[in-house]
Design a protein around this ligand. Structure first.
Ligand code: GUN
Length: 295
């Protein structure tokens, strides 16, 4: 292997330690414990697992987490009603509505209803709008792209003037990721399923962020030698040697990519641990914003 391994577990542990310290200081100086409210609608097992992991991490860092679980057939009025109740509750600092919501619900309207200062996921259109605009800064940045930026920063990657390719244009990862890289003065290209010459773009890229959800689609021969590769994908690949019948792989074929890349994240253990760590950081900041406002 020639590439440097970017260890998300080590970097996430560093972020967690910073948050734990910040939470302890807040408790000692102000007697305040940050609080995250999670909202899960329905019974999607993957979403339930994600929410549980977020709650567990809160507990580990001294953040209070309150879980709200609504039935799958909840109405728009009921979901938004809960969000408004959490907006009005001064003990709640962050509100996390786990996505995707059941199909009958209007996700945009739910995200719109979250108080800007409690939008720890950074999905509120005003936060996304500020992220997109020059000279403006969002209160919160979406957690997975924020985690990717922290991985790049901790690895010492120079983004100014770098050619960055973001593979994927989702609201949760691809789009905010591209905006963050642009704010960091990279030259950004967003590639997606309709891109004509994907390999042509990849071969020019100093930084590649893969977030399309297609197992091992980026192979070493598509990369520029020395490229920094951040793999956001988490895909199941059939593997009869495993007890559960599959293993997790990224959007990048790690085995071939690591021979060409300069630095690369593994899956699992790369971006994954960073998402929750950044949520914890955002929740602490939300509590700090609330304290400052109170005076
Ligand atoms: N679903 C997949 N990723 C996320 C995330 O970062 N936040 C929320 N709320 N839902 C998600």
């Amino acid at each position: 292997m020639s590439a440097q391994l970017i260890d998300g577990k080590v970097i996430a542990a560093k972020v967690q330690a910073e948050v734990r310290q910040g939470v302890a200081v807040m408790l000692a100086e102000y007697g305040v414990v940050p609080e995250l409210a999670t909202v899960l609608v329905g019974d999607d097992p993957a979403s339930a697992t994600y929410v549980r992991s977020k709650q567990r991490m809160c507990e580990e860092l001294g953040i209070r987490s309150i879980g709200h679980h609504l039935p799958a057939d909840s109405t728009q009025v009921e979901v938004e009603g809960l969000v408004r109740q959490l907006n009005a509750d001064p003990t709640v600092n962050g509100i996390l509505v786990q996505l995707p919501l059941p199909k009958h619900l209007n996700e945009e309207a739910v995200l719109n209803s979250i108080d800007l200062e409690k939008d720890v996921d950074g999905f509120h259109p005003v936060n996304i709008g500020r992220l997109a605009m020059k000279g403006r800064n969002p209160l919160f940045v979406p957690c997975t792209p924020a985690g990717c930026m922290r991985l790049l920063q901790e690895t010492g990657v120079t983004l100014r003037g770098a050619n960055a390719v973001v593979l994927g244009r989702s609201n949760i990862v691809g789009l905010p990721m591209a905006m963050l890289l642009q704010k960091a003065d990279a030259t950004v290209t967003i590639c997606h399923s309709r891109t004509k010459d994907l390999v042509g773009f990849l071969r020019q890229a100093d930084v590649v962020i893969a977030a399309v959800g297609r197992a091992e689609m980026v192979t070493g021969d598509m990369l520029k030698p020395g490229a920094v590769v951040i793999d956001v994908g988490i895909n199941q690949k059939a593997d009869p040697t495993k007890k559960r019948g599959f293993r997790l792989v990224g959007d990048v074929d790690f085995e071939s990519a690591k021979e060409v890349a300069g630095a690369i994240t593994p899956v699992p253990g790369g971006v994954g641990p960073m998402t929750i760590a950044m949520l914890m950081e955002n929740t602490l900041r939300a509590a700090q914003i609330a304290l400052k406002k109170k005076g």
